[in-house]
Design a protein. Structure first.
Length: 275
């Protein structure tokens, strides 16, 4: 027969196992997973040389209590599928030009490097995010990709294709310019200002705005600098690079904070069998 002490030890062990399991579930629930797309060159550097060229994005997300999961161009299809099933939100980073065939245009003479494979990967990931109603944040190229994915188009080269009443330099070193933010927009809620100075590294920009989106910021020459979904799922795109300005403009952390807040809230409603 078991002694009282043995029975008590068994009960304590059983309770410890149950408590550990519950704590593990709580920890997982409190740590949302954000997918971050790595172009082939960045994925190669990360996996072969342990050099993370998207470290600023990773840090910005980690500071808000979320975990990054890598979606690498070059992963096998099965690997991508497994990563997508873990994803609670999606972050699309900056990068090269978008292939104009994606918005039914021929290449402009000033079009720069494109990558059909990268476009295909990001379209696949965005389809998953759309089908599973995941929050999405797009930065620079990511902002443009969101617009094209949902039916909009791009200026393939701003200097050649866009003229405004006021001249604005959109690319060049560490240049900055001001933007106007719509009063009733999410971006205005986050930054609490109608005028704001941002960095600028792009030669492409949103041209025709995608259905279901609104422009929430623009430059003095009329180029769209931010878009947001008018639907019920959080989708925000910004043309500038907030992750590069967090040390000098810490108020921009609000973009990542709100994104991760939306991801955390959304996790509660996500089905277990995402597809």
């Amino acid at each position: 027969m078991k002694t009282i002490a043995q029975k008590n030890n068994f009960v304590v062990l059983l309770l410890s196992i149950v408590l550990f399991a519950l704590l593990a579930q709580i920890t997982c629930a409190e740590t949302p997973v954000v997918g971050l797309v790595y172009p082939a060159s960045h994925y190669e550097m990360l996996t072969q040389k342990n050099e993370d060229r998207l470290a600023r994005y990773r840090k910005a997300v980690a500071e808000q209590g979320a975990e990054i999961v890598v979606i690498g161009q070059g992963m096998a299809d099965g690997q991508v599928d497994e990563v997508l099933k873990r994803m609670d939100g999606l972050l699309l980073p900056g990068g090269i030009d978008v292939e104009p065939a994606r918005y039914n245009e021929a290449p402009h003479p000033k079009l720069e490097k494109t990558d059909a494979g990268l476009d295909a990967l990001e379209w696949r990931v965005l389809e998953f995010a759309r089908d599973n109603r995941l929050p999405v944040l797009g930065i620079c190229r990511g902002h443009q990709v969101i617009n094209v994915f949902y039916g909009g188009s791009l200026y393939q080269d701003i200097p050649s294709q866009h003229r405004g009443e006021t001249e604005v330099k959109h690319r060049g070193g560490k240049g900055m310019h001001e933007i106007t933010i719509a009063k009733d927009s999410l971006l205005h809620t986050l930054l609490d200002t109608e005028r704001y100075e941002v960095n600028t590294y792009h030669h492409q920009a949103v041209k025709a705005l995608a259905p279901g989106f609104r422009k929430s910021a623009w430059t003095d020459d009329g180029v769209i600098e931010a878009i947001e979904s008018t639907g019920n799922v959080f989708i925000l795109g910004v043309q500038f690079h907030p992750e590069k300005l967090l040390e000098t403009k810490p108020e921009l952390k609000a973009l990542f904070s709100r994104f991760i807040q939306e991801v955390k809230e959304n996790v509660k409603t996500l089905p277990q069998d995402r597809h």
